[in-house]
Every structure is written in structure tokens, then in C-alpha cells.
Design a protein around this ligand. Structure first.
Ligand code: ADP
Length: 486
């Protein structure tokens, strides 16, 4: 049995720069809160602008040696990290659950998923290759190789405190890049424990540096402007992503952006409705709906909408809210008071547009930032809730009449991350794959993330891919050499 206080005491509370744990140049602490109780979990160092630049200097200084290490050596560090995280998996799961609020079972799933990036990229590190071939004119041999692009600035959000970091660190290190990681100030404890675990695995000084700050914009600006930085990788809101892209343009940084989503979850009249309801529970309520992949709009055929909604409501009513680390909990809190407030506004605003409440709609527990798993039905097509990323446990249900109508509704958004569709008709499924404007589609499933697959979106949902063989390319650039034929 893991004691909570002992576990919290094990987590470093400082910045990690050049292989040293440090308080930073300016005094100042960040209070980390348990969203289920609002109680303080820990106080950690708050990085200043100069700490950010120290971290970049350290990543830059470590780059020449790190990029020259043998790919096998990098692979083995990543594999060792994978093994250590596996050994400590229950500790990681509890830290995630404490600071972020998700039920322990989901936190355990995040550890498995997040850690898989270390294993996957330990295998990819030794498979980076180029090509060699005759040019069309026959006058020369085109040779290409790839090199690591350079120091990376990685900014991660609070919703998957481990997986969002490992998706960036593992491919960057595999490619031969060094990293400055800035996790979200709401849930940094998991990243701090990850840095300690990597240190224990034998991480060389400066290869991963970690800063946490309440002044994200002020601290990030000078890092992004600095010519020593060559790459930015970000997961978070579309609004912040656009700002970062504009800043990155000044320094011509290679940029990966995993931004917001507005996922349609389409249930056709030929679907297995019980399977669709189970998939909907996952796609909507994993992380209490606080995921860019969360189902944001339920598009359900007229003829089955009532049955689908009733069955989904029955399952949602069985959820037990509580602290994530308690065994009985199946619904955690949302992350903050602001998030809770947004849920209240979404419900009242959508009811005001003529929708009806099929389930939930209020605050079940008063201590933390809880909100009921909620269904709104008969939502009008132009309701605001269908245009915004809800990022919480509310399911708006919209009816459609036929396949073309469903596709038109699904694509009617500036986002394009993921879509889900339930149908037993194979021809229809194939048509959907071609016509849904999303980087990822789940057919008859509500969960698609996998370290071996390219995660990423079309349109305003982002640039670049994380995971799969594609994931390491984001940290590499091609070099071409011509050898004339004689
Ligand atoms: P979310 O809505 O998930 O909190 P944000 O885009 O606000 O998404 O935050 C994601 C990450 O981006 C966090 O680490 C946050 O601290 C950071 N962040 C927010 N604003 C800025 C900014 N202007 N510059 C750099 N990082 C930022």
C-alpha cells in the first residue's frame, strides 16, 4: 500500500536544469492543488525568465555530445526509462490521479499508454535512415541522411500529465535532440517525478531540463525567440497554439502543434447500439471529458436517438463521483473552478436554446470541482456548445436524417482532430474514412490512441504527428549530398 504523504515527499519540488535540482534564481513557489478537495498537495519552485534561459543554455550545451551518441545508446536509455516507469507505475498512477483528479483506473491506463512511447521510440531510435539513388539525369547519386534538428522546447497541458510529456520527450531524445520541458502549472508533479525517474535511469546532464512557471508567456517568449532553440512542440488550446506559431515564425522554428478538437461521434441506424453506448462512455467521459479527443458532438440517426440517449443516460447515472484515488470513484472532478463554471454556463446556455436535459446538469459534490455526467438532447444545429471544445462531461445530442447530412454536420467545424462512427455497414465505413475531415477516425470504437500510430489533426487542430514512425520525423531534418557519377 502506497502512503500518500510519503509519495508526495518523494517528488522533487525544484527546477531541473543541467542535471541539477535548483530553486531557481528568484524565490517564489507554486501551490499545487487536489481538484477533488481543493487542498494543497505540494509547493514547488516557480521558474523565472532567467531560469528558462538557463534551461535552454543547458539543452544547447548538451546537444553536441548527445547527438553524437550511438543510436543504440539513446535507445537503451529510453528502454531503461520504460522499465523504471513500469516498476514505479502505481506511484505514477497515484500522482496523476492526485494532481489531475482522474480515477485511478484511468490513471493506470495513462501510465501504460504514456510509458509505451519510451518503448516505441527506443525501438525507433535505431531505425533512422536515409536513401541513396541515381538522379533522373543519370549524372549523380542523391544521398540523404537525417540529423537531429536541435534543442527542443516542449510545452504540455494538464490533462494527461505523463502521456503528453512522454509523447514529446521520447521521440526527441531518440532522434538525438535535447529538451526543455515546461509542463502545465496545474499538474507538474508527474513531470517532476518523470525527470527524477529519467535521472535514475542514467540521463546525462542537460539532455532533459524541466521548468514550471506561473508566467508561461513571459518565460516562454525569450526561449522561443532565442536562436539556440530549433524546435517547438506544443499540446494545448488552439488559441495559445496560434500565438506560439506566430512567435515561432520569427525564429523559423520547426513547429508541432497538437491543438483543440471538436470530435463528432456518429451513430448510424445500422449500429450496434449497446456497443455505441459503451464507446460513447469512453469517448465522452475518459478524463471527465477533458481530452482533445473527447467526443464533443453526438450525431445520432433520428430513428435510434431516443434509445441511444436513454441507454447512455442510464450508464451515466451509475457513475460515482469522488477523489480519483478512492476505489469506489468512477467520475473525478474537472480541473478547476473556471472549468466547473464553464460547464454550468454550457448547460444553461444550451437549455436556453431549446435543448432538453436528459441526465445530470448539476454539481454532485460540494468539496471539489465536480460536475455531473450530463446529456443534452434535441440540441439545435447552431447551438454554441457544438462549436466550442466543451472539455468536460457534457454530451450534446443532435439528430440527423441520412449519411450525407451526418457527414455535413461532422465536418462543419474548423477543427479536424478525430471522429468516431458506429455502423455495421462496411461500405459506409469506407465512405466515411474518405469524407470525414479529421486526422484520426475510430470505426466502432471510442478510444484510438496508440504509441505506434500517428496522432494529430487536420485544419485548426494542429500540425505534425506524435507517435508511430512519423513521430520521430518531427525532430529530424534531411541533409542531401550529391556525388557526381564519373
Ligand atoms: P489548456 O486549456 O489545456 O490549459 P493552454 O493552451 O492554456 O491549454 O495551456 C497548455 C500549456 O500551454 C500549459 O503548459 C500552459 O502553461 C501553456 N501556456 C499557456 N499560455 C501560454 C503562452 N502564452 N505561452 C507559452 N505557454 C503557454
Amino acid at each position: 500500500m502506497i502512503n500518500e504523504d510519503e509519495l508526495l515527499a518523494e517528488i522533487p519540488k525544484q527546477l531541473f536544469i543541467d542535471g541539477q535540482w535548483t530553486d531557481g534564481r528568484e524565490a517564489g513557489m507554486i501551490r499545487i492543488e487536489d481538484p477533488a478537495t481543493r487542498q494543497t498537495l505540494a509547493e514547488i519552485s516557480n521558474a523565472s525568465v532567467s531560469d528558462g534561459l538557463d534551461a535552454l543554455a543547458s539543452a544547447h550545451a548538451a546537444m553536441p555530445a548527445w547527438e553524437k551518441t550511438a543510436p543504440r545508446e539513446r535507445a537503451e536509455l529510453l528502454r531503461k526509462t520504460f522499465d523504471l516507469i513500469s516498476e514505479r507505475s502505481e506511484k505514477f498512477a497515484r500522482i496523476i490521479s492526485l494532481e489531475m483528479g482522474k480515477p485511478l483506473q484511468e490513471a493506470r491506463a495513462e501510465v501504460t499508454y504514456g510509458n509505451e512511447f519510451f518503448r516505441w521510440f527506443s525501438e525507433e531510435a535505431v531505425r533512422v535512415s536515409g536513401r541513396f539513388g541515381l538522379n533522373p539525369e543519370g549524372t549523380g547519386r542523391i544521398t540523404t541522411t537525417k540529423r537531429p534538428i536541435g534543442p527542443v522546447y516542449a510545452i504540455t497541458p494538464w490533462n494527461f500529465p505523463l502521456a503528453m510529456a512522454t509523447r514529446k520527450i521520447a521521440p526527441a531524445l531518440a532522434a538525438g535532440c535535447t529538451v526543455v520541458l515546461k509542463p502545465a502549472e496545474l499538474t507538474p508533479l508527474t513531470s517532476l517525478y518523470l525527470a527524477k525517474t529519467m535521472e535514475d535511469a542514467g540521463l546525462p546532464a542537460g539532455v532533459l531540463n524541466l521548468i514550471v512557471t506561473t508566467k508561461s508567456k513571459e518565460v516562454s517568449g525569450p526561449i522561443i525567440d532565442d536562436p539556440r532553440l530549433r524546435k517547438i512542440t506544443f499540446t494545448g488550446s488552439t488559441a495559445v497554439g496560434k500565438t506560439l506559431l506566430a512567435q515561432a515564425a520569427q525564429n523559423v522554428l520547426k513547429s508541432s502543434m497538437e491543438l483543440g478538437g471538436n470530435a463528432p461521434f456518429i451513430v448510424f441506424e445500422d449500429a450496434d447500439i449497446d456497443a455505441a453506448v459503451s464507446g460513447a462512455m469512453i469517448a465522452k467521459l475518459r478524463n471527465m471529458g477533458q481530452a482533445c479527443t473527447a467526443a464533443n458532438r453526438f450525431l445520432v440517426h433520428d430513428s435510434i436517438a431516443a434509445e441511444f440517449t436513454d441507454k447512455l443516460a442510464a450508464k451515466m447515472r451509475m457513475l460515482k463521483p469522488g477523489r480519483g484515488v478512492e476505489k469506489s470513484t468512477s467520475l473525478g472532478p474537472v480541473i478547476s473552478s473556471d472549468a466547473q463554471q464553464r460547464m454550468i454556463e454550457h448547460v444553461s446556455g444550451t437549455l436556453g436554446r431549446g435543448a432538453e436535459l436528459a441526465s445530470g446538469g448539476s454539481i454532485p459534490l460540494s468539496a471539489g470541482y465536480f460536475f455531473d455526467a450530463t446529456i443534452l438532447e434535441n440540441v439545435p444545429y447552431d447551438a454554441n456548445i457544438l462549436k466550442q471544445e466543451i472539455f468536460g462531461p457534457i454530451a450534446p445530442v443532435v439528430k440527423f436524417s441520412d449519411e450525407d447530412h451526418a457527414i455535413q454536420l461532422a465536418n462543419d467545424t474548423e477543427y479536424g482532430l478525430v471522429s468516431y462512427a458506429y455502423t455495421r455497414n462496411l461500405d459506409r465505413a469506407m465512405r466515411l474514412v474518405d469524407s470525414l475531415e479529421t486526422g484520426m477516425t475510430g470505426i466502432n470504437t471510442g478510444l484510438i490512441s496508440n504509441a505506434a500510430a500517428p496522432f494529430g489533426g487536420f485544419k485548426h487542430s494542429g500540425l505534425g504527428r506524435e507517435g508511430g514512425p512519423e513521430g520521430i520525423e518531427e525532430f529530424l531534418e534531411a541533409r542531401y549530398v550529391l556525388f557526381p557519377t564519373t
